[in-house]
Write a protein that binds this ligand. Structure first.
Ligand SMILES: [Zn+2]
Ligand SMILES: [Zn+2]
Length: 219
């Protein structure tokens, strides 16, 4: 009896602490979106947030817009170096943040193989803290709605790199390599089962049917 009683006391003394610990564990990690001026529209931003929230078990918060950091300016091509932006974003992350996604309407570029300055839709550090996306290459010849879909899909792709996903050979997977063609993105809609399994192995569980803010690709 006395043992049980003591156990009961212990349990009641520890209950608040245990509850607090569980609440901390249940709180999803925070991923910040950092608009970099010139930034995409509010509607584009909302779709990026919705897409990230659909796939990743995180809290997405939007930071106040900031000008693109001058250190990333690449004068020869009048555009912005994505890898410099990644370093800047990681260095300026709010306390307690796990990841940050820079988002701009300006043209961004990086080295790709033998090409010293290659324009990109986005760039993300593998297993890292920062990625960056640009709407600049999403707009040509398509509706604003399609351009927004491309940007939102790019956000899911680049954050996937931050979660250590590499490019995926499965056609239609959001982790496909665009191979320089933005139209590749139009054929994508979801993460494949292989990419989902890799994410699940590191505790990132993607819902079976993510509430994506885009239409299913026409086949
Ligand atoms: Zn990629
Ligand atoms: Zn995949």
């Amino acid at each position: 009896m006395s043992l049980l009683h003591r156990a009961g006391l212990w349990a009641s003394a520890l209950a608040p602490l245990l509850a607090a610990t569980l609440a901390m564990a249940a709180e999803p990690p925070v991923v910040y979106v950092q608009p970099l001026q010139p930034a995409p529209s509010e509607r584009a931003l909302a779709e990026v947030v919705a897409a990230l929230q659909a796939f990743y078990p995180v809290q997405v918060r939007v930071l106040p817009a900031q000008p693109l950091p001058k250190a990333a300016w690449y004068a020869p091509r009048k555009r912005w170096r994505a890898e410099v932006l990644l370093d800047w974003l990681a260095a300026h992350m709010p306390v307690g943040a796990t990841k940050v996604i820079g988002m701009t309407a300006a043209d961004i570029s990086t080295r790709k193989g033998a090409v010293a300055d290659w324009g990109v839709l986005g760039l993300g550090t593998m297993d890292g803290k920062s990625c960056v996306i640009s709407s600049f290459r999403t707009t040509r010849g398509v509706s604003e709605a399609t351009a927004r879909e491309r940007l939102a899909k790019t956000a899911v792709h680049e954050l996937g790199h931050n979660y250590d996903l590499d490019h995926c050979p499965n056609v239609g997977c959001l982790m496909e390599d665009a191979r320089g063609k933005v139209a590749t993105v139009d054929g994508e809609s979801d993460l494949c089962s292989a990419c989902r399994a890799k994410l699940a192995a590191r505790g990132v569980n993607v819902p079976a049917k993510p509430a994506v803010p885009w239409r299913a690709p026409s086949k």
